[in-house]
Each structure stands twice: as structure tokens, then as C-alpha cells.
Write a protein that binds this ligand. Sequence first.
Ligand SMILES: [Zn+2]
Length: 450
Amino acid sequence: MVTPGSGPAPGSRVLLGEIVHFSGDPGDDPQSAAIQHWSDGALWIERGRVRACGARADVLGALQSDPAAAATTIDDQRGRLILPGLIDCHLHYAQVGIMASWGRQLLEWLQNYTFPAELACAAADEAERRAAFVLERLLAHGTTTASVFATVHPHSVDAFMRQADRLGLRMLCGKVMMDRNCPPGLRDSVATNRHEIPRLIADWHGRGRLRYTLTPRFVPTSTPQQLELAGEWYAAVPDLHVQSHLCENAAEIDWVRTLHPQAADYFALYQAAGLAGPRTIYGHCLHLTPRERAALRDTGSAVAFCPTSNLFLGSGVLDAVSLLDEGIAVGLATDIGGGSSLSLIRTLAAAYQHSQLVGRPLAPMRAWYLATLGGARALELQAMVGSFQPGCEGDCVVLDWTAIPELDWRVDQAVTLAERMFALAMLGDERCVHATYIEGNRVGALRVHA
Ligand SMILES: [Zn+2]
């Protein structure tokens, strides 16, 4: 069983091993000062928070002169790589069972797979079962924070949040809002939203490490009145997050234009509803107009880069490097179930392939920034997760270079850190995940569901 969410361990733990984290976006520079690297490092986590991170000799020296020393567990992970817990900026937990379903593009996909999968979560025990499975698998993949779409059913949020809270996880989740162009069984309304969503916010927003996320699916399935209601809550309730979809697919954009012929563009409709700004993140963003790109940057709204899903659904190719260079916050995302893996390591490989197709190859260290601090910044959680800055929450993943023979062989040939990290992104997957830690507590045998 996974350690129950009993809060941070009262004691302290020091992990020994090779450590990489970021203090900023390293860009294309493999020597960037934003790359924090110790080949013989130590990470000291005390009462769930990072106390210190650095060279092993320095951290152990500081530990020895501290009263906490006697109660500290030393966890020797030397030979392995310690990274901040990975951050998945966009996924739909109820869709886990439709991964790898054949056929067609976004709008048919929604009708044929997504809506039936979400309708099945009308049964509360089915929502519980899927939430448990996805949480278990996220931890097995080294993902410790995610921005998660539930379904339209309020109990689907309860199911996910209750279990994430028990595990002590830093998670974002919200009830999908859809009041038009969807099956009757998945349709809510401004009237039902007005009593269901304040209840969910009251129960989960700020409880433990959880935050509530306002989650209109996208413009075609929300009336302007529903989007405006979400915008009112976003403006009124501190630290609420917003997640949705934007410019994923050509037919979707045509549909938005038909529904709203007067609008300047797709993102203008979210802006008009007050849904642009810090803590808002939009999935895909593949076919943005120059105005939309400028508006995302100027409002501080973020982009969830979903490379496996973009390829799987034939939606398009994102030039993420150009978005980053323009100053737009970008995080990495699996977009389960349109995506084809829950692994952010596999997702990095797809991200690199996307970037090659647009002639702006994603640099190796910048890729790992996206999976850690970049994701935290896109979700405005960088003060809590995404790096090993002192005071951050002690979530981390320990990766084993030798777990996959081809990777082990390749790393043997590599000279620089960037070469090794690139090989890990291209050849690695969850087999490399040796251990995952939540606030300094090692997640045990990864079975949380019956
Ligand atoms: Zn999505």
C-alpha cells in the first residue's frame, strides 16, 4: 500500500545521488547557470520541505551540526539520478480506459470515445476506481503533480481529490463544465453550477495540497453565460485555477467560428469571459493566430504542450520552442486519453520529435525543465514544487540509468550531462523510475486500488 496521506514525515531524510534541477529556463545553453547539477549530491528534506540541496559533502556537513542529525534517515541512491517530481499539466483521468482507441480526429473522438467514457462515471464507484488507478500509475511514472480534468459529475472530483489527499499529493482538479453540444447525461447548467461548484471549492480548494480548477471543457460545449460564471469565480476566489482547451484542431476552430462569428478569434472568447491570466492553462494551442499568441503572453496565460495527443489525434504540431522564446509559459502534458502514454519521459521524446518537424529542436536540458520547473511555472506552483529550492515541497523521483539496456549502453558512450539527459528522454520510460517520494516519504509498493 502507498503510505497514507498523514502529512509530512516529522523527521528528516537525506537522499544521496546525482541531482539535477532548475532555477530557471536554461534555453538552448547546456552550460546555463539555471541548471543546478551535482554528480555527487545530497537532497535534505525536513518535515516535508527541502532544507538543503547541493554537494554531498556540504549538505552532510550542515546536517552533522544540526540537532536533527540523529533522527535523519540517509537514503543512498548513488549511481542514480534525483529530479524534482514530474509535472503533468493536462490530463483527463476518466479517459484512462480509452487510450489507444483507433480512429479519426478530435470531434469524432469526443463523440465515439470521450463522451461514453465520461458517461460511465455517472456511477460513483467507477469514478473511484479510475481515480485510484490513475493516481497509482502517475506515481509509478514519477509524476507527483498534475492538472486533472474530472467529468461533469461532482462526485468525480470528490473521488479524485479524496484519494489524492489521502496520498498527500499536490494536485489540481475540477469538474468539467458543459451546458451545450454534448449528450444529455453529461450536460450541466449555470443553475446546477451555482450550487455544485461552490460546494466543491469549499470541500477541496486549499485542503491539504489540493487546489480546485475551474474546468470548462471548451468553447463549443459551454455557453458564454457558463464561461462568464467561471470567470466570476476565477476573479473572486483566491488561488483558483482554470483549465480548458484552445485551438486544438481545424474542424474545432471552424465550429467555434460558426458558433461565434463576431468573435475576433477563439481565445478572445475566453478573454471576454475573464478566463485569461495567471493560473489559467490551455491545452494544445496548435493553431494560434498572432493575436492569440500575443494575448496569451500579455495575460500570463499558459499553454499545455500535449505532444503524444497532438500526434495521436492528428491535430497538428506545436512549435513549443518559439512559444517559450516569446515568453509564453509552457508546461508538458500527457493529455490522457488522447495521449498515448502516462509517462512524461515518453512524452519528452514526442516533444522533441514535434520540435524537429518545425525546425526548432528542443534542447535536452530545456526538455527536462519543461517536465519539472517549467510545468510548475505554467501552473503558478513554482513556490511549492518543480525544483529543490529550500522551502519547496520535497517531492522527487529517482531514476535508474541502467534499467533499460539500450539506455545503459548509450549513457556509457555519453560525455556530457546534456547527452545523458537527452538519451534518458529518448530511450527512457517508467522502467527507469526506481522510486518516487512525496514530501520526503518514499511511495511503497504502488498498489492503491483493490
Ligand atoms: Zn484535453
